[in-house]
Design a protein around this ligand. Structure first.
Ligand SMILES: [Zn+2]
Length: 479
C-alpha cells in the first residue's frame, strides 16, 4: 500500500536540525515513511501511477505524532473526582489509592479505551502507561482496535504503610501490595515475557512500579536490574514533590534520586516520572547515568508540585538529560492532551525566570515528540518524520480560525492552535482518527459505559463522602 500526501503547507520533521519543510509531500509505504521532501522533489522521484492513494494536503500542516511519556490509563474513570486543593501525597494516599483499590478489570478496560480515544483525538500516537493493577493484557486489548502504539506494564508496589489509613481496607492493601520485592519482580518478569512486542510490535511491556514510599528500595533497584536483563525499560514516580523530598531527607538524609542512585538504581533504562524535587548535583547525576525524566506540567500545576518554583527541567535539557512530556492520569492533570502540556512548558519557565529564551516553542515541540521517543527508547522508529521511520503523524486543518493567519508555523502550533484543528491522526501508516471519529471503536458507547462505571467506582471507593482526608502523615515515620 503506497499513499502520497502532497502539497502540505508545512511539515515539522523534528529531525536533528528541526527542519521545517514548506510546500512538502510525503510517501507512506505500508507502515513506514518511504520518502519526504519538497513537493517538486517528491513529484520528480515518484510516478503518480505507483500510488494506491493520493491525498491533497494543500490546506494541511503535518507534525510527528505526540509521545506521552507518562500516563495512567487505569485512572481515566476518575476525571474531576478528587478536589483540586490537595498536595501530591494526600492526593495519592487518600484519594487515588482508594479509587484504584475499587477499580475492576472491566473499569480498567473501558477506562483505557476512553483514554486512548482522547489521546488519538489530541494527536498522541504513542504513550508510556504506568499500567494495569491486574494484567497488562487489559490495556493491550483496549489498544488493539484503536491502532495506537504504546508501552504498558503491571503497576506494582510492595511497601504497605505501618497503619492502614481511613478508606483503606486489609483486602485493598492485599490487592495493592505484593508481599515483597521478589514476588513483585517475578510477576513483572512474566508480564514482560508475555506481552512485550504484542500487536505486531505496536505494544511493548516494561517493568513498571509505582515508586517512592509505597515501594521498597529493593524493588526500585530490582526493577531497573530486571528491566536491564530483559532488554526493556522501567518507569516509576520519584522526586514528585518537595513534600516527598523532605520526607525522604528526614528518613534517609538524602533526596529521593540520590537515595536510589546510592543503591545503584539510576541507570539508562529508567524513566523517572515527574522528577520535580531535584538538586543541582542530581541533574548532573541524571546526565551521567543517562536516565530520563517524564515531565508532567499540568499535573504539577494542579497538584502544586513546584515545577515552576523549583523544577530544573531547563537545566536537565541543557545537561543532556532526555526529558519527555507526560500528561499523567486525568485525575492528576485533568486531561490527556499533550498540546496543553506543550503550551504550558513553552511559557512556564520563561515566566518564572523572567527570561524569554528559556524552554522555547522549539524545545516544547521536541519534548512532545522526539525527546519523548528518546525517553521511551523508541526513537529508532518514531518521534520524528524521517525516511524509514514509522508513519505516525498528525494533520492540522489550516482552514481553521486557529491557523488564520499565520507566518511562523511553530509559534502557531504551540501558542495558537489547539487539538480542535487536528483533522487526522495516523499510526503505523494507517489513519486511526479522521472525519471526526476514532476508527475501530464505538466512541458513543465507550463514553456511555465510562460514565456508568465511573459513577459506581466513586461510590464503592467512598470518595463521594465529605470526610476524606486532605492532608497526610502516612509514611512519614517507619517503613
Ligand atoms: Zn503518575
Amino acid at each position: 500500500m503506497r499513499t502520497l500526501i502532497e502539497n502540505l503547507n508545512f511539515v515539522f520533521t523534528v529531525d536533528s536540525n528541526d527542519t521545517v519543510l514548506r510546500n512538502a509531500s510525503i510517501v507512506v509505504e505500508n507502515d513506514c515513511l518511504a520518502d519526504i521532501g519538497l513537493t517538486n522533489e517528491i513529484t520528480g522521484r515518484h510516478s503518480r501511477d505507483s500510488f494506491d492513494n493520493i491525498i491533497d494536503g494543500a490546506m494541511m500542516g503535518m507534525c510527528p505524532g505526540f509521545v506521552d511519556s507518562h500516563v495512567h490509563l487505569s485512572e481515566t474513570l476518575s476525571r474531576a473526582v478528587f478536589p483540586d486543593n490537595l498536595n501530591t501525597r494526600a492526593w495519592v494516599f487518600h484519594w487515588a489509592k482508594p479509587f484504584y483499590a475499587h477499580v475492576t478489570e472491566e473499569d480498567e478496560y473501558w477506562g483505557a479505551l476512553l483514554g486512548i480515544t482522547e489521546m488519538l483525538r489530541c494527536g498522541t500516537t504513542c504513550f508510556l502507561d504506568m499500567g494495569s493493577q491486574y494484567d497488562p493484557g487489559i490495556v493491550i486489548r483496549a489498544m488493539d482496535p484503536t491502532g495506537i502504539r504504546g508501552i504498558t506494564g503491571r503497576h506494582a508496589a510492595d511497601n504497605r504503610p505501618a497503619e492502614l489509613p481511613k478508606g483503606w481496607t486489609e483486602q485493598m492493601a492485599d490487592h495493592h501490595f505484593f508481599p515483597d520485592a521478589q514476588s513483585a519482580l517475578k510477576v513483572l518478569e512474566d508480564c514482560v515475557t508475555k506481552y512485550n512486542g504484542a500487536l505486531d510490535g505496536r505494544a511493548r511491556c516494561w517493568v513498571n512500579i509505582e515508586g517512592k514510599e509505597p515501594c521498597t528500595l529493593e524493588l526500585h533497584v530490582g526493577a531497573v536490574e530486571l528491566a536491564e536483563r530483559l532488554g526493556v525499560g522501567t518507569t516509576y514516580h520519584l522526586a514528585t514533590s518537595i513534600e516527598e523530598a523532605k520526607v525522604c531527607e528526614n528518613k534517609y538524609g538524602v533526596w529521593p534520586i540520590t537515595r536510589i542512585d546510592n543503591a545503584g538504581g539510576v541507570r539508562k533504562n529508567l524513566v523517572i516520572a515527574h522528577g520535580v524535587a531535584v538538586t543541582d548535583d542530581e541533574v548532573k547525576l541524571l546526565a551521567e547515568r543517562g536516565a530520563a525524566v517524564a515531565f508532567c506540567p499540568c499535573s504539577s500545576l494542579k497538584l502544586g508540585k513546584g515545577a515552576t518554583a523549583i523544577g530544573k527541567y531547563p537545566e536537565m535539557v541543557a545537561a543532556g538529560v532526555r526529558v519527555g512530556l507526560g500528561t499523567d492520569g486525568v485525575s492528576a492533570a485533568g486531561n490527556m492532551n499533550l498540546m496543553r502540556q506543550m503550551l504550558i512548558v513553552a511559557g512556564m519557565f520563561k515566566d518564572a525566570r523572567l527570561k524569554a529564551d528559556i524552554f522555547t516553542a522549539r524545545q516544547a515541540l521536541r519534548a512532545a515528540t522526539i525527546e519523548g521517543a528518546r525517553t521511551l527508547m523508541w526513537d529508532d522508529e518514531i518521534g520524528s518524520l524521517e525516511i524509514g521511520k514509522k508513519a505516525d503523524f498528525i494533520l492540522f486543518d489550516l482552514d481553521h480560525v486557529e491557523w488564520t493567519p499565520f507566518h511562523d508555523p511553530l509559534q502557531a502550533l504551540v501558542f495558537s492552535a489547539s487539538t480542535a484543528s487536528i483533522c487526522q491522526t495516523w499510526v503505523n501508516g494507517k489513519k486511526v482518527y479522521g472525519e471526526g471519529q476514532v476508527y475501530g471503536v464505538d466512541e458513543k458507547e465507550v463514553r456511555r459505559k465510562a460514565r456508568d462505571l465511573a459513577a459506581a467506582a466513586v461510590i464503592r471507593a467512598g470518595l463521594h463522602k465529605d470526610d476524606v482526608d486532605t492532608t497526610t502523615t502516612l509514611y512519614d515515620e517507619g517503613n
